[in-house]
Ligand binder design. Structure first.
Ligand SMILES: C[S@@+](CC[C@H](N)C(=O)[O-])C[C@H]1O[C@@H](n2cnc3c(N)ncnc32)[C@H](O)[C@@H]1O
Length: 275
């Protein structure tokens, strides 16, 4: 049988990215990884994955574009508003009992989720004592997140979701619109640190009271999902909260016994591990 050249080239690409730049994608779910690498081939007008690999090996300046192309920074403010509503009603009251609150938002993409959370914390009177660590493995995504600039149509669409999340003002109070863009209030960033962190290779990031990691594990295979969930279990204080995306779960993960369910549909769990 003819060997599948695309598969061989994809293996070599993943190996080259790991050995040359330290980004390990070997445990990413294969079909979506393949689609994104093929997308890079088209985007950069190269003939095949092998040509992409050789450019990535030799041209260091090309790496951010590769990572940007492999990252899927798709998000929206107040995505799945019932999840934010559950955070507000079932998690915030416990967070309010801590003198200072550490939140880790892993896979922050362009920051939509961070700004949403900052707004709700502000309205609950908790933002002043919160420190949010917003991380992603894509420097390009982090740069966009720091800017806090979004298309005005996205902000308008988010207004309803903000209300559904339990927002008490109007979303427009938090941004300045100019032509077809909005810039979110810089004050929302005053307690946010944006930092590069790779869930596939890096270790514990901070001691957190709440970790949000939504729509990231779906790109990982079971082994890497397990590693990441164990990392979250190790990073949470006892009684700390973990919020996953609506497509993710930890039922079958090895770390499952470290958590109790707080809200099933919103995928909010609480650390019950012994310290
Ligand atoms: C679909 S977005 C999710 C955004 C947001 N959490 C949400 O649910 O709307 C997935 C993000 O995960 C990031 N990501 C993928 N692999 C990662 C890794 N190994 N470490 C850290 N971030 C990663 C991507 O760069 C992308 O920004």
């Amino acid at each position: 049988m003819e060997p599948d050249l695309d598969e061989i080239e994809l293996d070599l690409f993943v190996e080259a990215l790991r050995r040359r730049h330290g980004y390990d994608l070997s445990q990413y779910a294969r079909p979506s990884l393949k689609r994104r690498v093929q997308g890079l081939v088209r985007q950069h007008g190269v003939a095949h994955i092998g040509e992409l690999t050789s450019r990535m090996l030799r041209d260091t300046a090309f790496l951010p574009q590769v990572i940007d192309g492999l990252s899927v920074p798709v998000s929206e403010m107040f995505r799945d508003p019932f999840v934010f509503e559950a955070l507000r009603t079932k998690v915030f009251p416990t967070l309010a009992s801590y003198p200072s609150i550490n939140i880790w938002q892993a896979g922050c993409a362009h920051g939509e989720e961070v700004y949403s959370l900052a707004i709700l914390l502000e309205e609950a009177g908790l933002y002043e004592r919160s420190q949010i660590y917003a991380t992603d493995f894509s420097d390009a995504a982090l740069a966009r997140a720091r800017e806090g600039i979004f298309p005005v149509r996205e902000a308008r669409a988010a207004s309803l979701r903000y209300q559904q999340s339990g927002g008490t003002r109007t979303l427009a109070d938090y941004y300045h619109a100019r032509y077809d863009l909005v810039k979110l209030d810089e004050s929302l960033c005053r307690n946010v640190v944006f930092a590069n962190h790779n869930l596939a290779t890096d270790g514990v990031f901070c001691e957190a009271h709440l970790i949000l990691c939504r729509n990231v594990l779906i790109y990982f295979n079971n082994g890497l999902q397990d590693r990441t969930l164990a990392l979250f279990a190790d990073s949470l204080v006892r009684g700390g909260f973990l919020c996953l995306g609506t497509k993710e779960n930890l039922a079958l993960a090895s770390a499952a016994s470290s958590f109790a369910t707080v809200d099933g549909p919103a995928r909010i769990f609480r650390s019950v591990r012994a310290t």
